[in-house]
Design a protein around this ligand. Structure first.
Ligand code: DSN
Length: 404
């Protein structure tokens, strides 16, 4: 192997072994998933769909794609699944193109309020190809205000409403979104990328039967390979999704990733996965409560899911960027994140977003997460004190040594 790549790989292995990983969208996939991602399935071209391909020799990749589809339908309780989208962004690109024409109006959560780039940001295809209207969280509570969303929808009459977020710590009420969509004759699309693992195990209400179309990734709380998928209960929409995925947007499916997605779904159906997701929630609760005890402000004052959004600017008078850097020096990995109505630029921000999915996979429980919260608080409150930072880095090392 190229020596530079080898060195980078070894260093990355060390980084993942030494650091407390709190990025809410990351996780540690199982050995079986990694094995399939790096498997010979990657050598196979399989444009088309199972039993209907444009290439010969597809019998084995057909087996794994059909299995991935069956498992996905079983987990999420729906009738149709397309497991070919290469990513969550692609899944959203496909969903919009399946249902809309260029210039049609979509309505999604504002980026600084926790929405995603593909929910209508101007710098993304979604904001470029479609007419976008945003909805927001309530400025005081940080919560989705469904009546305000209803009013915007009535005024703007979007053709499609997106429910779902990248940095929203609370439960999303899909039934309410459905009633808003029905009132204005819009499609309801749910992007459940962040919460898919929670939905799979009943730790967050399901988007079905409310959504017309559900998009997701497989690598966040779902703990699978990096990739996307799309679900629906509507046969006509399913046909459109398939045609839009291939040949309209994508070419050859990534069969190694689809095999790994099948394994991810297989794991998600297990009792162990349910226990894991229950622990993700318990860990997020203790993390939230301890940070609050330490005087750190949380957007929405807590969490219902796997993630927390810390307002470090108003609590500690530092930016999200600075907090990210301070914590990275003691081997805690987080990402700076805009908070609702943030006055700072996206590269600076007033907040950080943290999540419990990855470290729960490594075996952290309430006891460890309580310590993590105390370390974060001490580190950010004493950012100039080298002695304290050195001691905290040692505490992190000790916590990571406890990981089997
Ligand atoms: N970039 C992902 C996240 O961190 O939430 C979303 O695509």
């Amino acid at each position: 192997m190229d020596t530079i790549i080898t060195k980078a790989l070894i260093k990355e292995q060390k980084r993942q072994k030494n650091n407390i990983e709190l990025i809410a969208s990351e996780n540690f996939a199982s050995k079986d998933i990694l094995k399939l991602q790096g498997s010979i399935f990657q050598n196979k071209y399989a444009e088309g769909y199972p039993n209907n391909r444009y290439y010969g020799g597809c019998e084995n990749v057909d087996t794994v794609e059909l299995l991935a589809i069956e498992y996905a339908k079983k987990i999420f309780g729906c009738n149709y699944a397309n497991v070919q989208p290469h990513s969550g962004s692609n899944a959203n690109l496909i969903a919009y193109n399946a249902l809309l024409n260029s210039g049609d109006k979509i309505m999604g959560l504002d980026l600084s309020c926790g929405g995603h780039l593909t929910h209508g940001s101007k710098v993304n295809f979604s904001g470029h190809n479609f007419c976008v209207v945003n909805y927001y969280v309530d400025e005081k509570t940080g919560l989705l205000d469904y009546e305000a969303i209803r009013e915007i929808a009535k005024e703007e009459k979007p053709k499609l409403i997106v429910a779902g977020a990248s940095a929203y710590p609370r439960r999303i009420d899909f039934a309410k979104f459905r009633s808003i969509a029905d009132e204005v004759g819009a499609y309801l699309m749910v992007d459940m990328a962040h919460i898919a693992g929670l939905v799979a195990t009943g730790n967050h209400p399901s988007p079905f039967p409310y959504a017309d179309i559900v998009t997701s990734t497989t690598h966040k709380t779902l703990r699978g390979p990096r990739g996307g998928f799309i679900l629906t209960n509507n046969e006509e929409i399913a046909k459109k999704i398939d045609k839009t995925t291939f040949p309209y947007i994508q070419g050859g499916p990534l069969m190694h990733t689809i095999a790994a997605k099948a394994q991810c779904f297989y794991e998600a159906l297990s009792e162990d996965f349910k226990k894991y997701q229950n622990q993700v929630i318990k860990n997020a609760q203790i993390l939230a409560n301890t940070l609050k005890e330490e005087g750190i402000k949380l957007i929405t004052d807590g969490t219902d899911n796997h993630l927390l959004l810390l307002d470090v600017k108003s609590s500690l008078n530092i930016s999200g960027q600075e907090a990210e850097t301070v914590l990275s020096k003691i081997n805690i990995t987080v990402n700076k994140n805009s908070i609702p109505f943030d006055k700072e630029k996206p590269k600076v921000t007033s907040g950080i977003r943290i999540g419990t999915a990855a470290m729960t996979t490594l075996g952290f429980k309430e006891e460890q997460f309580k310590q993590v919260a105390q370390i974060i608080s001490l580190s950010l409150k004493n950012k100039e004190d080298k002695k304290i930072q050195t001691k905290l880095k040692k505490d992190v090392k000790k916590l990571m040594e406890g990981v089997k």
